[in-house]
Design a binder for this molecule. Structure first.
Ligand code: IPM
Ligand code: MN
Length: 355
């Protein structure tokens, strides 16, 4: 089992170190190799996704990714910004299926900004299509407008597009995931306005024919944004396109009150995957030893389950995390009165001890 370790920027190195520690504490043998990515890679090699890093990721069974981004790189031209590393990895590895669970842990129910009864026991799985849509659609660019409201003016444009196979494969992923859970799929689109998403709705409905045991509902994205804060527990699996998925997954993450707890997985057709916490590089707290490593540790668990064929080891890590939470240890982001505040390393050590 070959794992590419890409820590990245900000708190990335600190949280990845804890996840690696947990992996090493399992009685399994991994081949792990570390490479620079994001701003760190730009600083060292002049590019956020150096060729050697990309090759390492391609050759691995799975990539464990920290986070990228730092204020100092914001002024760089787009192609050199840290974000290009994660977009490049998604594209080059064909990671079209992004799993973003939003789970509200019992002990953290009160950390949510919503009333406890709305989020207690919450368990949503967002499945975001990750290599299509307006994120990657061509053409895109800047030009002088020849029509529109201001002909002759400078304008910018991006292209929203989805092909039938792209929609079909993500729909299959969603229906199959729903079969292992609550057997409900909510497909989110903007079919009332956008042709791309009328097509999305049509194709998802067709794919559904093969899954009569799964319930399918369609919803416009504006309504879905509302339902997520009104009655989130009605949602089981939510499937949507790249951009709506970007936005709704952040909203769903906040329902749990603790983005520092949420893992994610991005898979391709060969089940090769990239695993990363749902949160970013948090440069404001980098180097302070206070970042919550649990999202990354739980991402490592997802990696064992989805790409490395080790579901028991994944269960073990998840049980250990629950045990640590039950024992009252908290990093600052999930701290509340009556619990014990610990740092990044102590939290990692506690998970290892609980294994
Ligand atoms: C995410 C991030 C990325 C995205 C950025 C960093 C390119 O927001 O993983 O959700 O928009 O997909
Ligand atoms: Mn995002």
């Amino acid at each position: 089992m070959k794992i590419a370790i890409l820590p990245g920027d900000g708190i990335g190195t600190e949280i990845i170190a804890e996840a690696v520690k947990v992996l090493k504490a399992l009685d399994l043998t991994f081949e792990m190799e570390t490479a620079p990515v994001g701003g760190a890679a730009y600083a060292a090699h002049g590019h956020p996704l150096p060729e050697a890093t990309l090759e390492l990721a391609k050759a691995a069974d799975a990539v464990l990714f920290g986070a990228v981004g730092d204020f100092q790189y914001d002024k760089l031209e787009r192609a050199l910004r840290p974000e290009q590393a994660i977009l490049g990895l998604r594209k080059e590895l064909g990671l079209f299926a992004n799993f973003r669970p939003a789970i509200c842990y019992e002990e953290l129910t009160h950390a949510s900004s919503l009333k406890p009864e709305l989020v207690a026991g919450l368990d949503i799985l967002i499945i975001r299509e990750l290599t299509g849509d307006i994120y990657f659609g061509q053409p895109r660019g800047r030009r002088t407008a020849v029509d529109g409201h201001f002909p002759g003016a400078e304008e910018a444009f991006d292209t929203m597009r989805y092909s039938r196979p792209e929609i079909e494969r993500i729909a299959h992923v969603a229906f199959q995931a729903a079969r292992k859970r609550g057997r409900k799929v909510l497909s989110v689109d903007k079919a009332n306005v956008l042709e791309t998403f009328q097509f999305w709705r049509d194709v998802v409905t067709e794919v559904h024919q093969a899954y009569p045991d799964v319930q399918l509902e369609h919803m416009y994205v504006d309504n879905a944004a509302m339902q997520l804060v009104k009655a989130p527990k009605n949602i089981d699996v939510l499937v949507t396109g790249n951009m709506f998925g970007d936005i709704l997954s952040d909203e769903a993450a906040m329902l749990t009150g603790s983005i520092g707890m949420l893992p994610s997985a991005s898979l391709n057709e060969k089940n090769q995957g990239l695993y990363e916490p749902s949160h970013g590089s948090a440069p404001d707290i980098a180097g302070k030893g206070i970042a919550n490593p649990l999202a990354t540790i739980l991402s490592a668990a997802m990696m064992l389950r989805y790409s490395l064929g080790q579901p028991e080891a994944a269960d073990r890590i998840e049980r250990a995390v629950k045990k640590v939470l039950a024992s009252g240890l908290r990093t600052v982001d999930i701290y509340s009165e009556g619990t014990k505040k610990v740092g990044t390393v102590e939290m990692g050590d506690a998970v290892v001890a609980a294994l």
